[in-house]
Design a protein around this ligand. Sequence first.
Ligand SMILES: *[C@@H]1O[C@H](CO)[C@@H](O)[C@H](O)[C@H]1NC(C)=O
Ligand SMILES: *[C@@H]1O[C@H](CO)[C@@H](O)[C@H](O)[C@H]1NC(C)=O
Ligand SMILES: *[C@@H]1O[C@H](CO)[C@@H](O)[C@H](O)[C@H]1NC(C)=O
Ligand SMILES: *[C@@H]1O[C@H](CO)[C@@H](O)[C@H](O)[C@H]1NC(C)=O
Length: 780
Amino acid sequence: MEKIFILSLLLLPLLASCAEPKKVYIVYFGEHRGEKALHEIEDIHHSYLLSVKETGEDARASLLYSYKHSINGFAAVLTQDEASKLSELEEVVSVWASHPKKYSMHTTRSWEFSGILEEEQRHWIDSKMGGDFLSKARFGKDIIVGLLDSGVWPESKSFRDEGMGPVPNSWKGICQSGPGFNSSHCNRKLIGARYYLKGYEQYYGNVVNASEDYRSPRDMDGHGTHTSSTVAGRVVPNAAALGGFALGTASGGAPLARLAIYKVCWAIPGQSKVGGNTCFEEDMLAAIDDAIGDGVDVLSISIGPSQPVNYTNDGMAIGALHATKKNIVVACSAGNSGPAPSTLVNSAPWIITVGASSIDRAFIAPVVLGNGITIEGETVTPSKLEENKKYPLVYAADVINSGVPKDMAGQCLPGSLSPEKVKGKIVLCMRGSGMRVVKGMEVKRAGGVGFILGNSAENGVEIACDAHVIPATSVLYKDANRILQYINSTKIPTATIIPARTVLNRKPAPFMAAFTSRGPNIIDPNFLKPDITAPGLNILAAWTEADPPTKLSGIDHRVVLYNIHSGTSMSCPHVAAAAALVKAIHPTWSGAAIRSAIMTTAGIRNNVGLPLNDESGSVATPFAYGAGHFRPTKAADPGLVYDASYKDYLQYICSIGEAKDFDPTFKCPKSPPAAINLNYPSIAIPKLKDAMIIKRTVTNVGNSKSIYFFTAKPPLGISVKASPSILFFDHVGQKKSFTMTVKARREMLSKHSTDDYVFGWYTWTDGFYTVRSPIAVSLA
Ligand SMILES: *[C@@H]1O[C@H](CO)[C@@H](O)[C@H](O)[C@H]1NC(C)=O
Ligand SMILES: *[C@@H]1O[C@H](CO)[C@@H](O)[C@H](O)[C@H]1NC(C)=O
Ligand SMILES: *[C@@H]1O[C@H](CO)[C@@H](O)[C@H](O)[C@H]1NC(C)=O
Ligand SMILES: *[C@@H]1O[C@H](CO)[C@@H](O)[C@H](O)[C@H]1NC(C)=O
């Protein structure tokens, strides 16, 4: 009897779920109405569930989260039927299903042509905040930066709190305990830590596997430790990475800012850690809601959906909108799906969308060929070959086992190399398929002593710096060809690899990373995105000690304290740090004003004075870099800002006509202003017919008395005129509006192909400040 009872318990839910599949839905009410105690809000949410569920118990059990601080809504397990019943209620703004595996962290996982995952890369931090600016911002000391990520490794020196003052009074967060983490791990630097996994566990079951992740704020992945130390890591002298590379000072951008960690990303059960992570929308919404309630000033979110998502059913965008109401600056990564166009995510106009570019530091490890020619390579591999010894050199395609397909021959894929032909030699392997570090492992398996990783043509001038398991270096495509020619030209080719050293002031820098996702913004092409670019290629920052730098635990047993990593995940926290410092100097500025300051002061030239390039060497466009490369020191003093309020964003949402009223105290105007007139510091006009008039308003934050003049470098075939073209200010805080007429020159209309964008910019300048905005236009 008892057995049967247990069986039916197990079977019933299964049968029920076969009949009517249940998913997690997010039921969103917009703003909270009036003041309510937190338990009252939960009761209200519960009563909505009661209206569609059979019993009170069903309703309780189905509720994953009740969002109470700023976001009004809940996440619950519902049938489609129940979800649509709720969506019909007048007070419900929207209901959408949370899709498993929709969001993940934005580290580089470049899927090359064969679709095999490439290994991640790790790099040293380079924060270029000037000393004056930093001291004016008091190194960000009163600013609290929240990160949604994979957690934190609290023992890292980057998170020490020596000499830091008491935690700001405004802070209301907590330090949540779990395996490997308790309140003693928080301090005056790491002031808060929480974790969210109800959505994850609803989907996968109770499965956080202790060998894959910690069911606590502790970071096994490394990503969260890297991003949080990039924002606000302490100054750590002699931060020695694997092999001692970039030996010097590691520091976050705002070294005295406080960190609040919200762990929302988890290992996918049963996949190797290289295989990825996932972050559930309902978990992220709970984290953002708590972060708003806890009192963060800035949110840095290096996470995104796998594809662009409409703002009104994108949990990250909705959460960020609520943060905006509390003047919290939200920076998000643009994604790593470049260089293809229209790949960009996190493009809502209340988010700072961040692209990634290179820095001017390299880890040079040259190859010296038997004929005396030296070829430049880069690596952060710690192991070395014997000095002054030449080793036999072979091309991987010439030393393969029989049966390896021809197009895979040069790739050093697992099991492809013949130990007989490789033993004791240096092997040239090409990029294209497979993980980079695994290629080195294959050479090692076959008995090789060293390896050279050649870029494929698609990789351009972007070199992947890895910590390989045998002496190695990486070279450009053209240099790989030179090595091949040398191998062809002689009977007994030989080579050696010189150990790497750190070289600064590399030129040209920065250039855009190939992986950084590009515009146009397909969710709403009226906004030019990304907004800005910042260092994201080969960035050094703190790392977890729970996982090797390659993430290939089981094969790689190395532990590192600092690691080099690439992705828009790495550039986003640079901009979050800049925003924290600007906020420290201007505590009353809105998120929009801070973004405007960062954008209008950005640089569009590299360190040899030429326009920013793409990784291929051709000139990059604002669809890669937005307003340009961030210059935090200039952002503190921009002269004018384009401000926008939460209400402006609500009106924008009215204009896209997708949602009901978000806020009961705010009714959509009958004819809301056009999206293009949201007071944004850049301009994008999709499908321009003849002419368009655009409205903007600037606020004087520079000299009290000043006269600004308009200048423009219009896109090819377009004219741009402002009215008025001179703005007079007589006090700080004064606002002045102007219109711009953007006109297609008739003769150009036939020459342009539609969908092709042309780019230009306009500026306001008073002789001291230059306030620059990019323009992108396509013709109808
Ligand atoms: C927290 O964990 C540490 C070990 O990491 C332990 O020594 C300490 O006693 C714990 N503290 C509390 C309050 O549980
Ligand atoms: C936990 O993960 C490890 C490594 O991925 C795996 O070998 C093991 O089978 C997993 N355990 C469970 C219970 O899934
Ligand atoms: C996104 O919005 C557009 C325009 O409002 C609509 O046509 C499209 O169906 C929406 N997509 C999704 C996935 O909701
Ligand atoms: C090397 O020689 C082979 C044939 O021996 C040829 O197919 C290949 O193109 C040559 N490679 C280079 C880079 O010269």
